[in-house]
Design a protein around this ligand. Structure first.
Ligand code: ZN
Length: 109
């Protein structure tokens, strides 16, 4: 971005006049530059800036959409364990078998 028109003090006014008149010759005649230089400036320098701006806008929009999706997103629920017993059971006495055992002990005495 360093052509003759970029360094010109009135390059912003030139762009405005070009947008209004849509003619390289009108602008070139008004500011005393060649129409070809002006054309090169608009097709290279100005479009490069516009592309960059559009890219920024697009990235902002993408970021916005991403934030919206993230707000909508809820993670899937974690699987709960099937049993409330977490420790492995090695051996248990049922009431009946405990009674049998104590009866047996009582009889042997
Ligand atoms: Zn330029």
């Amino acid at each position: 971005m360093s052509c003759k028109i970029c360094r010109h003090s009135n390059h912003a006014d030139m762009l405005v006049l070009y947008a209004l008149s849509d003619s390289y010759r009108v602008v070139a005649g008004r500011y005393g530059v060649s129409a070809k230089t002006l054309q090169r400036h608009i097709t290279r320098c100005v479009y490069a800036v516009m592309e960059e701006f559009e890219e920024q806008q697009y990235r902002k929009f993408l970021d916005y959409v991403f934030q919206m999706l993230l707000a909508e997103f809820t993670p899937p629920p974690k699987k709960r364990p099937k049993s409330i017993v977490t420790k492995e059971i090695t051996y248990t006495w049922s009431r009946r078998s405990w009674k049998k055992k104590t009866n047996h002990i009582a009889e042997s005495r």
